[in-house]
Ligand binder design. Sequence first.
Ligand SMILES: *[C@@H]1O[C@H](CO)[C@@H](O)[C@H](O)[C@H]1NC(C)=O
Ligand SMILES: *[C@@H]1O[C@H](CO)[C@@H](O)[C@H](O)[C@H]1NC(C)=O
Ligand SMILES: [Zn+2]
Length: 563
Amino acid sequence: MSKSTDTQPLLGGDSSSVYNSKVKKCGGIKSYISYFINVIAIGIIGYLLFYNPTPAHASNPQTTVDPQKKKNIIFMVTDGMGPASLSLARSFRQYRDQLPINDILTIDKYLVGSSRTRSSNSLVTDSAAGATAFACGLKSYNGAIGVNPNKQPCGTILEALKLQGYYTGLVVTTRITDATPASFSSHVDYRSQEDLIAEHQLGEYPLGRSVDLILGGGRCHFYPRSIPGGCRADNRNLIDEAQINGGWSYVGNREQFDLLQSGENVTLPLLGLLADTDIPYDIDRDSKVYPSLAEQVKVALTALSKATEDSDKGFFLLIEGSRIDHAGHHNDPAAQVREVLAYDAAFREVIKFIDETETETVAISTSDHETGGLVTARQVTPNYPDYLWYPEILANSQHSGDFLAHKLASFKNKANTQEVDKFIKEEILEKDMGITNYKESEIELIKKQINNPGELLYVLNDIVSFRSQTGWTTRGHSAVDVNIYAYTNSPAIKNKLYNHTAYGGLLGNHENIEIGSFMEAITGSDLSAVTKLVSDTKHSPNAAFLESIQQEGIYGDEYHSHI
Ligand SMILES: *[C@@H]1O[C@H](CO)[C@@H](O)[C@H](O)[C@H]1NC(C)=O
Ligand SMILES: *[C@@H]1O[C@H](CO)[C@@H](O)[C@H](O)[C@H]1NC(C)=O
Ligand SMILES: [Zn+2]
């Protein structure tokens, strides 16, 4: 059962003054009679003024948002998903499921506008600056996690709403300490300070614990290096500490996740870390070992709505389709379409929730940036190309290039040259990738990189991309505008949402920070007040760490594991 232990608002959100004001005691029978007359008179006047034969909401929807009204804010990020990823996923699914050409994804039905994504120091943002723009409503530099361009902590929408008495949650498929979830729940100068991010997320910073529910990957930065899979530089085991001192309940695998009963059996705060690093790509995911994003979302929505059932505040939930970005970095179209479709399934859970809940709820979904410079056409001939594109090729691939590169690397350690040749052709290319028309030159390229899975995956992915005539222009991010989607059950929020910039809406083309401002406006949040409260947060790396960042670049783990 969900437990409500801390619904007391700490800042803003005047929830109680009306209900708590004591009824004045009246003395004597005379005042008693006049009291009753007053009550009756007020009742009649009230009836005449407010009586309306049809329900108020049906004939006369409230057109302005009431920031104090109980609400749920669901903010959804498709990391690295640009417009071409949607074209790819849509055409792929039409082919795979034999659907008509007018079949679209669920998310397609909720398109509202588009977002410009630049950061304070580059037209091409990274996920840290991208998420900080949403969380703090300000532009910061690439690598910045919940800090402004002067490296000062900035209050986030998650923190502001927690202080108002909302419950809060983070659901991702990457490490929970990765840039997007981190930017809502921590403050550090560089995204690779993931040990410190984990501490903030559990409440070791001036605000104390601000997150009620965590689901995703990333045990790594909660465990000491001495434990297999751990990577903390200090000797702390935050998972033990959180349970012993912090009162968190913990789930660390599929069996324990299933005991949550789709969110009906959750004790908050909940720390759910389901993988050491990232949860595998959906195309590789063993559903007996890892839940899908949609399953995680279901747990979060149920648990948070149960926890806020009797509260006059709702919840804030961040949901991220984190690894659309990784498939972009890997230039892996077969993995990416499955990531987009897995996100679309999670999006359907959110829509279903909004349609069923009584609480005013809005979901906003957007990307921090595009990844890969994906194009749904590619010139594969020396002369002017035919107008062709074959998403059906992606249906034959049963695994990501990353998975297959590691599969091949571990096979070759226990096999001779002939066996490796046979394995490359029959197991990897024919069986796993569904490709029979491979060329000797491609086999040579595979063998050349066989000891280097980080490069081999690009060789394998290009074999697929080339045949489907899918283009990639970078292993990094691009500056193309990304889409904004939204859905709400509230006429007032809808009225504001489908409005132009001048009225604070999200219709049309926007700067990414305006999405943050929208969430601030509809909840009456004062982020600058929160900024003051988090100013003493420890956010700078020590000298040794700073030097390692300077040597390795700001992208830290993302750089190493995905490029
Ligand atoms: C609910 O969760 C607890 C662990 O927190 C577990 O012991 C119990 O079996 C679960 N109940 C159900 C019905 O799964
Ligand atoms: C946009 O906002 C203005 C000002 O609040 C309001 O009068 C108008 O009805 C809104 N337009 C739409 C399309 O909701
Ligand atoms: Zn990225």
